[in-house]
Design a protein around this ligand. Sequence first.
Ligand code: DOR
Length: 447
Amino acid sequence: MSSTRSPSPRAASRLLVVTDVRAIDPAIGLDALIDLVIEDGLLTRAGVGAATAEIRASERAQVVSGSGLWALPAFVDLHAHLREPGQEYKEDIASGLAAAAAGGFAHVCVMPNTRPVNDTRSITVAMLARAREVGGPALHPIGAITMGQKGAELTEMGDLKDAGAVAVSDDGRCVTNSAVMRRALEYASNFDLPVIQHAEDHALTEGAQMHEGALSTRLGLRGWPRVAEDVIVARDLLLAEAIGARYHVAHVSSLGSVRLLREAKARGVKVSAEVTPHHLTLTDASVLGYDTACKVNPPLREQADVDALRAALADGTIDAIATDHAPHSSLEKDCEFAEASPGMIGLELVVPLLLGLVREGALPLARLVDALTRAPARIVGLAAPTLREGATAEICLVDPARTYTIEAARLRSKSKNTPFLGRTVTGAVRMTLAGGRVVFDAFGGEG
Ligand code: DOR
């Protein structure tokens, strides 16, 4: 593990006051212009006139004018790759958590495809120890389903949960063997751990570079057909239903999966699903210039898929938004398309990318907030950040009108692999509190 230390986060200045802010927390039916008072890490008061003249005048108070800003519960990411241990040149826990803080996150669930794979207690424990040393947003390891993510021998899931894992997944690889998946669902349900599937029939995607369709033919790149995702989702839904286990689909990308999920939920199957900001905002047309930043797994699909994903997120068929933050260095990206590793970073770009959907009318703001907070927390059994009085302060302040250009130099992530560099966006995170502490503060001049 790397030994760099990030600056320790500031305690919530003992007294942090946000005045006249639009506070939005759909979990408690809140959308109002109020003041917030945060004392010793707790949201002690939230209401009209809560920041009295006396409180504002206190010497210990940091007063932030919330005029024009939104206060939201801080976000929960179900799906990030922080690359530590093993590939710290791409990202490490310190840089990954710094990026998460800048993106508005108080909690980050991290995938086990590290080197070595997080398939044993000792790796889970080491990740948690490193995260505690770093401070900032809370890190929650996801353990592997199978040893080495090889798809054969199940991990000791009880041990992983006991060490702090919140779910199991072989993300990056699919559990394709039906008998292994059946046993995984049965075994995980003993520990109430959700099984997160990377739905990809690898036999159907061998050598695939992008979505299979007219554009892959035109570009001469081997295609990844939608049905490779759909067949796994269909099979897993049948298994989960038969077993009564909790099943979660990672990075849903196809309209077929959406149809299957909608039908399974109507039947009462215990299934949940996530979608990424990039699958909600980009199509396979982005690959036209052979831009390796647009190579992701599952691939960017067609407008019909994007429309289906947006509708499914809006109506709750897809529960949560997850970043699939997948940092890769220029070594893996500045090369021929076929050689490039799949993935793009995402932790710092959720607000600027997704507020656009709200402005277009594609997604109600309350649903966006729910999909970033309460819904993902419920899936992995975490207490959701909330703006309820008395709660630990886990809050994100957003300036919905701030316009800026996404620049590599301003991203905290070690890797800069995103096709959104140079894009002018509107909507910025200005402050994040996690675990009662300020973990990101753009008002201090760093943003
Ligand atoms: O694009 C992706 N990148 N998809 C995955 O499933 C894995 C991830 C990674 O680890 O880079």
